[in-house]
Design a binder for this molecule. Structure first.
Ligand code: MG
Length: 387
């Protein structure tokens, strides 16, 4: 029986993970959950899975949750960042699903690693911000970081049992998002609701917007660099609108391996939970006869500059990826609030990176400071723009 803690249990990945766990009660037991503000859903999850400990975002939410639970409920409730870290390092857990969105996932994920837990990593920001620190700590603690991100899960599966020295490159695939065929001028007029209509994947708002701008793929390049210990010269991106090939690897003899399947996050989530085993699930099987064609294109970086902005920040290293990510989080939030337009995202992020003094070989503290500096700087730039 694997004992599981989930950080971000009420989000898209968290809910899918719980669905898999519910259907496999002989394999998994939920011991702890951390959520943000969705108290109604967390209450349902507590009643169904009976975790020993939960965490919510604030003290207010602790009271709200207490009120809705029955008096005999013995679940321990923590709150805030310390609370999430408690869930991440809970002694009973064997594996922690790290599925909080954004930079907020970094410290809890590190806490899980420090506590010696294997991590099913959906929070790519952990590696974008502090890839070197995190991967070194994981090696030192002897814990596995198993990717949940579909592209990285694909590469992880393709590389299983293979020799790293035989690898020529990896190719991350990108659906291209809802604006693949839009012209640059059409992109200036796209609305929030259009941006949130992803053609293939059902995901949270932030990652859906990042997918439309290709920033998500840029962040994934940085994530891949650290997960698989690669240079950027060995990481390529191809647009693949069908989202059937989840990513692929090329070996030095010219052989390619690809992992393919329907675009459903339940497959990589379940694999991260059961690795190295596989379990039967209720995902609709892939019907290649129906898909018929698989297409691949070079990403258009003129239309989607975020991809290269992210790649350059990754190559620069140090605190640049943390600044990239923070600027993107703030800019995407401003776009959700309809303060800026879609085409502004890249401009704002680039401006913030241009005025940042990169710290090389940063400490965790340097990274957190850069993150916080970038948030303030991005807000200033946005304020100046909307004035
Ligand atoms: Mg992905």
């Amino acid at each position: 029986m694997k004992k599981v803690a989930i950080l971000g249990s009420t989000g898209s990945i968290g809910c899918s993970a719980l669905d898999i766990i519910e259907k496999n009660p002989e394999r998994f037991q939920i011991v702890a959950l951390a959520a943000g503000k969705n108290i109604k859903l967390l209450k349902e999850q507590i009643e169904k899975f009976q975790p020993k400990q939960v965490a919510v975002s604030s003290k207010d939410n602790v009271y709200k949750l207490r009120e809705t639970l029955t008096a005999k409920s013995k679940v321990k409730i923590f709150h805030g960042e310390e609370g999430i870290k408690k869930i991440a390092s809970y002694s009973s857990a064997d594996i922690v699903v790290s599925a909080i969105s954004g930079a907020a996932g970094l410290l809890p994920t590190l806490a899980a690693i420090e506590a010696g837990k294997d991590v099913a990593l959906a929070n790519k920001e952990t590696l974008v911000l502090a890839g070197e620190i995190v991967t070194k700590r994981a090696v030192k603690k002897g814990v596995k970081i198993i990717p949940v991100d579909s592209e990285h899960s694909a590469i992880f599966q393709c590389l299983e049992g293979k020799k790293k020295e035989n690898l020529r490159r990896i190719i991350l695939t990108a659906s291209g998002g809802p604006f693949l065929d839009f012209t640059k001028s059409e992109l200036k007029k796209v609305s929030l609701s259009q941006t949130l209509r992803h053609p293939r994947w059902k995901m949270g708002k932030k990652v859906t917007i990042d997918s439309a701008s290709l920033m998500n793929k840029g962040l994934e390049m940085i994530e891949a660099k650290w997960l698989f210990n690669l240079d950027f010269s060995a990481i390529d991106v191809m647009v693949h609108p069908q989202s059937i090939v989840h990513s692929m690897v090329e070996f030095n003899d010219g052989a390619f391996l690809a992992q393919i399947g329907v675009p459903d996050m339940k497959i990589p989530i379940a694999y991260a939970l059961t690795y190295p085993e596989r379990i039967v699930n209720d995902v609709t099987p892939l019907n290649l006869l129906k898909v018929q064609k698989l297409e691949f294109y070079k990403p258009d970086i003129k239309k989607f500059p975020c991809l290269n902005i992210a790649r350059d920040a990754g190559i620069c290293g140090g605190t640049a990826p943390a600044v990239l990510n923070a600027a993107d989080e703030v800019a995407v939030n401003a776009f959700i609030q309809k303060k800026i337009c879609f085409a502004d995202l890249a401009k704002i992020i680039e401006k913030v990176l241009n005025v940042h003094d990169v710290v090389c070989n940063p400490s965790l503290n340097d990274i957190l400071q850069a993150d916080s500096w970038a948030r303030t700087e991005t807000e200033k730039i946005i304020e100046r723009m909307v004035r």
